[in-house]
Design a protein around this ligand. Structure first.
Ligand code: GLV
Ligand code: GLV
Length: 330
């Protein structure tokens, strides 16, 4: 019997490719780390039993119309807002993601962004590089905000939110969290539940850790910035559209809040003409929160294992749409 065929949209770590090659034939898009062009992907998916894709690929009805053999769409990410999951389910196609393994790594990055914006680390670095180090030392030079002892607002208490909470404990911070699900068991003198409004008005740092869906689109916008302290900072490592970027720009420009740090954007890559780039009180990183060698390798291996499981007749370890079991494509 011919081996199942897998199309992979980006160069993968060898250990992950080897997992696929053990039981499948595989073609990898070789685009110098650029996303696969849509037209090519629509062609390649026709022969594929499995697709290993990234959040840069839109996996929609048009694509599934071409992929008549597809049995699994394995996303190399924990977030899966790039995939039309109900459409996949209705066609009997598994959708999988890479949960859990990137939790701590993403929280490390959110923490770094929070500290970098509060302590103006990137501005300081830029100043030395661009202007030379003009004054030896000054009481108000690059003066910022403390992090330790402050209040951290966590919007979305999933795995990554909980990892932020753990870090806050080490910094002697209070935590207010908001989530559709209340987790009474984590609450204590330092950790309390709040409405979003409550969280925004009482936090010194607001860090966003929700998935992107209809309910969270532009969850943080003009009205929300108005509720925040003028001394507060916003950090977003979730998905760009959870924050209304033009409202954020205005809030930073008009000093409605003190600063922000973004790893994710409404449109990626960020337009070089974005006015955000001109602001000093924002730290910008190019969607790298899970980018540690350990985690990106583990994510690739998990994505590969999900594909191979389905194509060798097993249930994938990390399904997003378990309900597909009722009508699996043969
Ligand atoms: C990256 O953003 C991911 O969802 O894994
Ligand atoms: C993602 O891993 C989350 O649930 O926070």
């Amino acid at each position: 019997m011919a081996k199942p065929h897998v199309y992979v949209t980006r160069q993968l770590f060898k250990s992950a490719l080897d997992i696929i090659k053990n039981s499948c034939t595989v073609e990898v898009f070789n685009g110098d780390d650029n996303p696969v062009p849509r037209k090519l992907l629509l062609e390649k998916v026709r022969d594929a039993d499995g697709l290993l894709c990234l959040l840069t690929e839109k996996i929609d009805k048009e694509l599934m119309n071409q992929g008549n053999k597809l049995k699994i769409i394995s996303n190399y990410a924990v977030g899966f807002n790039n995939i039309d999951v109900p459409e996949a389910t209705s066609r009997g196609i598994w959708v999988t993601n890479t949960p859990g393994i990137l939790t701590e790594t993403t929280a490390d990055c959110a923490w770094a962004l929070m500290m970098a914006s509060a302590r103006r680390i990137v501005e300081g670095d830029r100043n030395i590089r661009v202007n030379g180090w003009v004054h030896a030392w000054g009481p108000k030079m690059f003066i910022g905000s403390d992090v330790h002892g402050k209040t951290l607002g966590i919007v979305g208490m999933g795995r990554i939110g909980l990892a932020m909470m753990k870090r806050a404990q080490g910094f002697g911070m209070k935590v207010i969290y908001y989530d559709p699900r209340r987790l009474s068991e984590i609450e204590n003198d330092l950790v309390r539940y709040g409405t979003l409004s409550d969280l925004l008005s009482d936090s010194d740092f607001v860090s966003v850790h929700t998935p992107l869906d209809e309910k969270t689109h532009h969850l943080i916008g003009k009205a929300e910035f108005a509720k925040m302290k003028r001394t507060a900072y916003l950090v977003n490592t979730s998905r760009g559209p959870v924050v209304d970027e033009s409202a954020l720009y205005e809030a930073l420009r008009d000093k409605v809040i003190a600063g922000a740090a973004l790893d994710v954007f409404e449109k990626e890559p960020l337009d070089p003409a974005s006015p955000l780039i001109k602001l000093d009180n924002i730290v910008l990183t190019p969607h790298i929160a899970s980018a540690s060698i350990e985690t990106r390798t583990a994510m690739a291996e998990m994505a590969a294992t999900n594909i191979v499981s389905v194509l060798t007749g097993k249930e994938p370890p990390n399904p997003v749409n378990l309900e597909v079991k009722k009508n699996l494509r043969k």
